[in-house]
Design a protein around this ligand. Structure first.
Ligand SMILES: [Zn+2]
Length: 547
């Protein structure tokens, strides 16, 4: 088939198939027409043809289903793209594997001044579940600085990197972070949370603008092939934002992006608020391709890392309740600033205590400056939101950005840590929804795999391969509901519900043709659905071979 969408903006085309519109007014249709980048008609083939004109081409789809373009509400797209250009530790099964991977990368890249890693890796399944020491990294690369980052919460460095950063036995722990030390008080090379590893990270030369743009171009192709048409991109620096703007300007930004600027809270709060205030623009600024979302703030760390802020100590570490990354009073000022200045706010909160603090501050701020219209959100809300949390979120109109892929990806580690019953209560999507809270689906790529069909599948099945069983079946949701998390509800979180998330006349023609109907196939088959076609604004951005 030649591309029926090429150069056809004016005349349009018709897609005929099993259309799942996600539009409550008309949930199913047999066809739709696309014109000028938008859905022109949704309904019968005759209705679609009437809008597209008698000579419009018709894309006939056999079987499967067409769904609205999928949206990931928490996806570090730029970082995911860049991760393909650094040391990939995701397959490592031991410290020796890490050493070998670092050594091979060092040999392959003699020109690299620093050796850095992608963030998606873990140690919990190693025979010896610990991070490598500086000395073990020295054995792999003695002469250049090595900086491995895991999940945005842990840094592991060699001796050259420690020396460059001036970290020694007398260096105090920075506020909100920890420099892990051995019995003699010597830093081991492990640095917990950004305030600690930023001492090193700030020395790493950033990838050039051209490298970052190339990374974005590559990753967009991969995303479209997975059915993604949009992301909420959390935690960008102003410089990152300018990369997005350049791609937008040259017409190359094909994954619709809602960008969340990062509030770096290790910065002085007064300076931080002055900086944010100086922007002038706020949430909603932009267009349907690139738009400003809320400010992103970290309240705590991660569950598998032992830095999530818990109500009680981690079961396997009696005196560790995690780390509060942003002080409550700083956070209060940021939240109030957002409420007053028309910014939305998305808060990374994994542990129960982090969720408690976040919602308590939201409630205090809301009493003086209503936040409902700003769609404040909690990102992750993982271990374990209480019934009270759910009621408060509903009352304040606070949404949740959840990641079924995280629940799936971290199960092997966290079932071991918390037991299957407690872990089964994590990512309680059904409880949030039954409590009347809006939930958006996502991945937190590159921490977890980005394919939205994997997330959809897990939300429906709660299946975990490693245990060949279902963990937390009480939180499983119906396929139609799961699909809404990645379409209609995600669009709401992206401040785009009038333009995206449904196949409805007038909305942007973002659509995906799947080989299976996720609402009709066996639930276990959902993740195996192939993405045949993906269109953004009516234009095909992905076509599987043979289509
Ligand atoms: Zn994230």
């Amino acid at each position: 088939m030649t591309d029926p969408t090429a150069g056809m903006d004016a005349r349009g085309y018709v897609v005929r198939g099993n259309v799942i519109t996600m539009d409550p007014r008309r949930p199913r249709a047999e066809a739709f027409a696309v014109r000028d980048g938008r859905f022109a008609a949704v309904g019968s083939v005759e209705e679609a043809r009437a809008q597209a004109g008698p000579r419009a081409r018709v894309i006939e789809l056999d079987g499967g289903a067409v769904v609205p373009g999928l949206i990931d509400t928490h996806n570090h797209m730029l970082a995911t793209g860049l991760q393909r250009r650094v040391i990939d530790l995701s397959e490592c099964q031991s410290i020796a594997d890490i050493q070998r991977t670092v050594r091979e990368f060092a040999e392959r890249t003699p020109e690299a001044a620093w050796l850095t890693s992608g963030k998606g890796w873990q140690i919990e399944t190693f025979p010896e579940p610990r991070y490598p020491t500086r000395y073990e990294l020295d054995a792999a690369c003695p002469d250049r600085p090595v900086y491995l980052n895991r999940g945005g919460h842990i840094g592991v460095v060699n001796s050259v990197a420690l020396a460059r950063a001036g970290i020694g036995r007398d260096t105090p722990d920075p506020d909100g972070g920890r420099i892990v030390r051995d019995g003699n008080g010597e830093p081991t090379g492990v640095l917990l949370e950004p305030p600690a590893f930023n001492l090193v990270e700030r020395l790493v030369p950033a990838p050039s603008r051209e490298e970052r743009k190339a990374a974005l171009r590559d990753i967009q192709r991969a995303y479209h092939a997975a059915g993604l048409c949009g992301v909420i991109e959390p935690g960008l620096t102003p410089d990152d934002l300018s990369i997005y703007q350049e791609l937008w300007q040259s017409g190359e930004l094909s994954v619709r992006t809602v960008a969340m600027p990062l509030a770096q809270t290790d910065d002085d709060p007064e300076r931080l608020l002055a900086k944010l205030g100086a922007w002038g623009v706020r949430t909603g600024f932009g267009d349907s391709t690139l738009k400003l979302g809320g400010i992103k703030v970290f309240m705590d760390g991660g569950a598998s890392l032992g830095t999530a802020l818990m109500r009680e100590p981690f079961p396997d570490e009696r005196c560790n309740c995690g780390i509060q990354v942003t002080h409550t009073d700083t956070f209060h000022r940021i939240a109030e600033f957002c409420a007053v200045h028309g910014w939305s706010l998305g808060v990374h909160a994994v542990g129960g205590k982090a969720i408690d603090i976040t919602l308590a501050v939201f409630a205090e701020v809301d009493a003086r400056h209503p936040i409902r219209d700003l769609r404040f959100s909690i990102i992750h809300a993982y271990l374990w939101p209480s019934e009270d949390n759910i009621r408060t979120a509903r009352r304040l109109g606070v949404a949740v950005a959840t990641q079924p892929t995280m629940q799936y990806n971290f199960a092997p580690i966290l079932v071991k840590r918390f037991g299957p019953e407690a872990f089964g209560r994590a990512t309680p999507i059904r409880s949030w929804l039954e409590g009347g809270v809006v939930v958006g689906g996502g991945s937190d790529s590159p921490v977890n795999p980005y394919p939205p069909l994997l997330g959809l599948w897990h939300a429906v099945t709660r299946h975990v391969d490693e245990f060949a069983r279902v963990i937390g079946p009480q939180e499983a949701i119906a396929p139609e509901v799961a699909l809404a998390l990645y379409t209609r509800d995600a669009a709401w979180l992206a401040f785009s519900e009038n333009e995206r998330g449904m196949i409805r006349p007038g909305m942007l023609a973002d659509w995906v043709a799947l080989s299976l109907d996720p609402t009709a196939c066996a639930p276990m088959a959902i993740r195996d659905a192939a993405v045949h076609l993906t269109a953004v604004g009516g234009h095909l951005v992905h076509r599987a071979p043979g289509y």
